[in-house]
Ligand binder design. Structure first.
Ligand code: PMT
Length: 405
């Protein structure tokens, strides 16, 4: 999945190639993207809102407001939501209006409000495409920073043969993947990521564990793999699957001791480690071979400390490796996180606090603060764990770029 966490907005205008857009939407969804679609009034004659709503899993946007209810469809929100705005097929009429700043339909108003990258795939008959007005409009848009996906040559709906065909959905999907995943300094690096809880055995039936689902660590592993990194994902007991079968080698473990062994055996060859696992600080001193019987009296369990895996990697690391930890705190987060950053000799620590609604264990969202080695603090709002993972990866890229600059 090369588009996990990415938001793609597609504007469809009134050209025959519009019938191919549902296939493009399906391709994007298969790659993990969130997709929303805007149809111009004429586009609705070629492809229905129902088709596109069904394949995109989202309502389709067709007008500034609903004439019956008066409900406003905010072009500003749509424009700010998108990571990329693709207008395909783009007719000569829409290109002309875009070049001249007209906003007489929702698609055009969104275009004028967009801060993300805008890409157009012109599709029309060959003479319209080569008309000096169309060529001038395309050049104007290029000067304004719009990327043009060149039309292809072939059989056109008019029966003529020439330039003007919209590239096939697979080509457009590839273009979006490449645009949203520019080459990264992390590509071909090796990373170790830990995720999930550890279970510390009391007897064959019982254990000491915690509420970690593995979602945060797995999202980080997926974000690294999207950048082209080879990831060793060392995961405690978790039912959450991972994507990117090629880029991620998953090692399932149960206890902190097993996690330590797996991390140690892969750390030396790695460019870095991110420890998102919630490792149990203590384990029972004795793990009983037989199920403990109920006696009716108090039961005292003697606990012994687990190894601190992160501290060990902090001690071992060389100048080229990054060691990044998490801190899960219930109060006074920044101070506790800074203490862990220093004590464990980390390059950065990612604080998430149980004081924040929607952050931490289990759910699909998190709210993090990154504290780097110089104790610079970067705060982020509540986001999906996929988006949080992308923020962490962008931070790591910036650290590497600083190192080599
Ligand atoms: O899995 P999810 O449900 O998505 O939840 C995500 C999460 C809340 C588990 C994750 O975001 C998180 O905060 N992970 C770290 C939890 C934790 O153990 O925090 P800590 O402050 O106790 O530990 C500090 C760091 O030391 C962590 O990187 C931890 O992995 C590491 N550690 C802790 C103890 C130990 N014995 N060895 C370690 O390496």
């Amino acid at each position: 999945m090369k588009l996990s966490g990415k938001k793609v907005l597609i504007g469809v205008t009134g050209g025959i190639a519009a019938y191919k857009i549902p296939i493009l939407v399906r391709e994007l969804i298969k790659e993990g993207a969130q997709v929303q679609v805007i149809l111009t009034p004429d586009a609705q004659a070629f492809v229905t809102p129902l088709t596109l709503a069904t394949v995109s899993n989202n309502p389709v946007h067709t007008a500034f407001f609903n004439k019956t209810t008066g409900e406003w469809d905010s072009h500003i929100h749509l424009a700010l939501w998108a990571d990329i705005f693709l207008i395909a097929p783009a007719t000569a009429n829409t290109l002309a209006k875009m070049a001249h700043g007209l906003a007489d339909n929702l698609l055009l108003a969104v275009y004028l409000s967009a801060r993300c990258k805008c890409v157009v795939a012109p599709a029309m008959d060959l003479d319209m495409l080569k008309h000096p007005s169309t060529e001038k409009n395309i050049r104007t848009l290029e000067k304004q920073g719009v990327e043009i996906i060149p039309s292809e040559t072939g059989f056109l709906a008019s029966g003529l043969i020439g330039e003007g065909r919209m590239p096939e959905p697979e080509t457009l999907c590839k273009y979006i993947i490449e645009t949203l995943n520019p080459p990264s300094i992390l590509s071909n690096q090796s990373w170790v990521v830990t995720a999930g809880p550890t279970f510390e055995s009391i007897d064959p039936v019982r254990f000491i564990g915690n509420h970690s689902s593995g979602k945060m660590g797995i999202a980080i592993a997926e974000a690294l793999a999207t950048k082209g990194a080879q990831v060793i994902l060392i995961c405690g007991p978790s039912s959450v699957p991972h994507r990117h079968q090629g880029g991620i080698q998953r090692i399932d473990i149960t206890s902190a001791d097993e996690m330590l062994e797996a991390v140690e055996s892969h750390f030396d060859k790695a460019d870095g480690v991110i420890m998102a696992a919630a490792v149990a600080d203590y384990k029972p001193k004795i793990s009983h071979n037989e199920k403990l019987k109920k006696s009716g009296k108090n039961l005292i369990l003697e606990l012994t400390p687990n190894p601190d895996i992160l501290s060990r990697m902090g001690e071992k690391k060389n100048d080229h490796q990054l060691v990044i930890g998490f801190a899960l705190e219930s109060s006074n987060g920044i101070n506790h996180a800074k203490e862990k950053l220093k004590k464990k000799n980390l390059d950065a620590i990612i604080l998430n606090s149980l004081e924040d609604d929607g952050a931490g264990f289990g759910g699909d969202t998190n709210r993090i603060t990154i504290i780097d080695k110089e104790e610079e603090i970067i705060t982020f709002p509540l986001k999906s764990k996929a988006d949080v993972a992308n923020d962490i990866i962008s931070f790591i890229e910036s650290v590497f770029y600083k190192k080599i600059s």
